[in-house]
Design a protein around this ligand. Structure first.
Ligand code: SIN
Length: 434
């Protein structure tokens, strides 16, 4: 089967949807998603979206991001993030996102390593609310088609130029010929035994980049979120948002003692928890918010309250057993500040990309803002020159060598795993055995 498009977007998380919305209506846009449209990490994001509060806060926001990132960040990208953040929040509001407000003004919460309250949120389901609004707007557009349950197995490439992608749907191969391709297909959490991520996110974009020698950066920078709900066995780890600590939650060891400043950067807090667990020979520590008013807790964290109550933990009365879990890849496919990769015609946005904004450790709630800022910038630059590109309906044998789709899917995962092990051999036991 063949599909023709001006722009192919792989992934329907917030980066993919937001870039689609910013492309001109005259362009035919095809979006692919590996499973269902809402099987993306954006949908799971709880805490919120970091933003400069006003122009005077831009420098502080830049400094907080650099400090959390251990100054390994790309400073130019960080400044762009901070400068364009307010605009993107206003844009989301215009599109219909209803962030929490107090007396009519946006309500900002605190998360670790921010020097002030700077996170806009929709209770504890910000990602889901933003995703739903963006998806609704995308569905209103006649020029955008979403193809679900279609796994990208490769890109169509010749002489370092991308001419589209090859996907598999119901065991049938689909060649999508496009002028521009945007990879917005998420991170690598599915490669880990313990991760807060959707299981199907197995580093496909990274492995395709490896195969085609597209530049990658910092893929050893992997973030562990300090507080995932501890459960024996289990599948995906349920996240207990950093906002719970931001709103006053304490971390306690099994003797009921605090052992770390809860609002230090994630890598520091995760390390402190690992040390505490090993000292006490335990697989978890506790997060305690019971000192807060119970009505406030239920109202501020309805999704976390409900998920925990379903597992027999009433967070208004009980301490929550938590442990760190893989959460985010700071590195990825190298992109410039317009999300251009080292391959012509190929862009990357969101977690699969590395703008350098996060450095060695992402500041809390910067992922959605990065996805917004840099996916919009990609679309602006694409709008400028896409009409000058001729669609290349490449008929090379290259396209047809991928007949055994299942094998290729597995191959992608293996390539991504091997790349990771090359740079982070220390995580070998944490990675799933493919
Ligand atoms: C959280 O709510 O703790 C996650 C938000 C993020 O990953 O920045």
């Amino acid at each position: 089967m063949k599909v023709y498009a001006d722009v192919l977007i792989v992934g329907t998380g917030i980066a993919g949807l937001y870039s689609a919305l910013h492309l001109k209506n005259s362009l035919k846009v095809v979006m692919l998603t590996k499973e269902n449209v809402d099987d993306c990490n954006s949908y799971l994001a709880q805490g919120g979206i970091a933003t400069a509060r006003d122009k005077c806060d831009i420098d502080n926001y830049v400094q907080d991001t650099l400090k959390a990132g251990k100054y390994k960040n790309n400073e130019e990208a960080v400044r762009i993030l901070a400068e364009e953040s307010i605009d993107n929040i206003n844009n989301l509001i215009k599109l219909g996102v209803e962030f929490d407000r107090i007396d009519g003004e946006l309500q900002y919460t605190r998360e670790a390593a921010h020097c002030k309250n700077r996170i806009v949120h929709c209770k504890d389901r910000t990602g889901k609310e933003v995703f739903n609004v963006l998806l609704k707007r995308v569905k209103e557009k006649k020029n955008i088609e979403i193809i679900e349950e279609s796994c990208l197995i490769d890109i169509i490439e010749k002489n370092n130029t991308c001419f589209g992608g090859i996907a598999v749907k119901n065991n049938e191969v689909i060649n999508i010929h496009s002028k521009i391709t945007i990879l917005a297909c998420g991170g690598i959490g599915g490669l880990f035994k313990n991760s807060t991520n959707i299981k199907t996110l197995t580093g496909d974009g990274i492995s395709i980049a490896c195969k085609h020698k597209i530049d990658l950066k910092d893929i050893n920078y992997i973030q562990f979120h300090p507080t995932s709900l501890y459960e024996k066995g289990g599948n995906r780890r349920f996240l207990i948002s950093e906002a719970v600590r931001g709103e006053g939650g304490y971390l306690l060891n099994n003797r009921g003692m605090r052992f770390v400043d809860e609002l230090l950067p994630r890598d520091v807090v995760s390390k402190a928890i690992f040390i505490e667990e090993s000292k006490s020979n335990s697989e978890y520590v506790f997060l305690d918010i019971t000192h807060k008013n119970s009505q406030y807790i239920v109202n501020r964290f309805p999704s976390i309250y409900e998920a925990c109550i379903n597992k027999g933990i009433d967070i208004t009365k009980n301490r929550i057993p938590v442990t760190p879990a893989q959460h985010y890849l700071m590195g990825g496919i190298t992109v410039d500040t317009y999300s251009r990769t080292s391959m012509n015609g190929l862009f990357a946005c969101g977690e699969v990309s590395c703008t350098g904004v996060h450095g060695a450790n992402r500041l809390a709630s910067n992922s959605l803002q990065e996805a917004l800022v840099f996916s919009r910038r990609a679309s602006i630059v694409i709008n400028d020159y896409v009409d000058d590109i001729e669609l290349n309906k490449l008929e090379s044998d290259e396209i047809y060598k991928y007949v055994n789709a299942a094998a290729v899917k597995q191959e992608n995962v293996k390539i991504a795993l091997n790349e990771l092990i090359k740079v982070r051999g220390d995580l070998k036991n944490e990675l799933v055995n493919c």
